[in-house]
Design a binder for this molecule. Structure first.
Ligand code: FES
Length: 152
């Protein structure tokens, strides 16, 4: 992250160790992940250990220490969604976007993730694209939903 941007985030939170979570959230929102250099800089600026920062950053699954795509596509692989065809959706997305095992396309356009049940089993298979829920997904519906992303 641009050092001036990081300074702005740190100043916004008065460089308080108690604001560590909020600072990491701001960085993640800006960068879509937590760059190693920024994590180190945060520890230094707040005068706390690097281990403490990583401890928090790895505790919450919403944080990523790896670069993520501009778009986040999450397929529910819980039992109800799984039996209704969620694995086919994952295969379809991997094929269409050439998503490697790491889950993020080389051009950083899309990150594919899976979760185990988001509590909307009756609507499965469920796909969440950039925080928008799409229910009863099929590969055909998937193509329509992902078309703008593919052209992005
Ligand atoms: S299994 Fe997918 S929402 Fe519950």
């Amino acid at each position: 992250m641009d050092s001036q941007k990081l300074e702005t985030i740190l100043d916004k939170h008065d460089r308080q160790p108690a604001a560590l979570l909020a600072i990491l959230q701001d960085i993640q929102e800006e960068e879509n992940y937590l760059p190693k250099e920024d994590v180190q800089q945060v520890a230094k600026a707040l005068s706390i250990s690097l281990a403490r920062v990583y401890s928090l950053a790895t505790f919450f699954s919403s944080f990523s220490l790896e670069p993520r795509g501009k778009h986040i596509c999450t397929v529910c692989m819980g039992t109800a969604c799984h039996v209704r065809g969620a694995p086919k959706l994952v295969d379809h997305i991997r094929r269409e976007f050439d998503v490697p095992e790491t889950g993020t396309t080389k051009d950083l356009n899309l990150t594919l993730e899976t979760v185990n049940c988001v509590g909307a089993c009756a609507l499965g298979p469920l796909l969440i694209l950039d925080q928008e829920y799409h229910s009863n997904m099929t590969p055909a519906k998937l193509d329509r939903v992902l078309k703008p992303i593919k052209q992005d």
